[in-house]
Ligand binder design. Structure first.
Ligand code: ADP
Length: 220
């Protein structure tokens, strides 16, 4: 049993989301117990995770038998079957798992999961949709927002910052964002400093309040 070993994670529901989570956790060096009620899914993941078990996760006794009381984290990747998702989170909560993560397919689903004891609810489709919207409509090449309205983005250097140093273009004063790093073609990424010289084609990694990051990334 992987139960009790340091940083063991149970991933319940090995669909696209759960499978991706489980695979990444393995790559990061964690012990991963995969659980799915579907025999083909179990078969598919059998050789790729520390352990894979076929079980119905809505059955609290089945979960108890797996020793889930002692795992550090649980990730519930069941999405389309909301009843199964809810009953699984409830069972994990009753068993006393300390850190329960669950995928929600919609806002109300997410609210239910929070009410019944999920410690973290993720909305992968909504989050990715928002991110893609930023990439499609703006000049951003990458975008990530934190919970507190703070964002990091990758964008091309605007015209007004070219052929001068960062202190000369004074972007922080003018736009309220901070240039964190600069990537020039065929060169390594460098941390931005006051005397960093910006050339046409340079890519900037910027951070700041989301609204200001959006405004800055749309400058030409
Ligand atoms: P995705 O969109 O990420 O593929 P799905 O909701 O389609 O998510 O997949 C969920 C996975 O969870 C499937 O592999 C399914 O067999 C599994 N699953 C659904 N209900 C249960 C359950 N009660 N117990 C265990 N696994 C389940």
């Amino acid at each position: 049993s992987i139960a009790g070993s340091e940083d063991s994670v149970v991933v319940i529901g090995l669909g696209r989301f759960g499978g991706a989570v489980a695979e990444s956790l393995m790559r990061l060096g964690h012990e991963v117990l995969g659980v799915d009620s579907n025999a083909e899914r179990v078969q598919k993941w059998a050789d790729r995770l520390t352990h894979v078990v076929q079980a119905d996760s809505t059955d609290i006794d089945a979960l108890k038998q797996l020793g889930l009381k002692h795992v550090q984290h649980a990730v519930v990747g069941i999405g389309s079957d909301i009843e199964a998702s809810v009953l699984t989170v409830l069972a994990l909560e009753e068993i006393g798992v300390d850190d329960i993560w669950a995928k929600a397919t919609g806002l109300r689903h997410g609210q239910i999961l929070e009410r019944i004891g999920a410690h973290h609810v993720v909305h992968p489709e909504a989050a990715m949709g928002e991110r893609v919207a930023h990439l499609v409509t703006g000049k951003m090449m990458d975008f990530m927002e934190f919970e507190d309205g703070f964002a990091i983005a990758k964008t091309t250097a605007p015209e007004e910052s070219l052929d001068m140093t960062l202190s000369e273009s004074n972007l922080r004063q003018k736009y309220g964002i901070t240039v964190v790093g600069v990537k020039r073609r065929h060169a390594d990424f460098i941390y931005a400093q006051a005397d960093t010289y910006i050339e046409p084609g340079d890519i900037l990694v910027i951070s700041g309040p989301t609204k200001l990051v959006e405004t800055f990334a749309n400058l030409v």
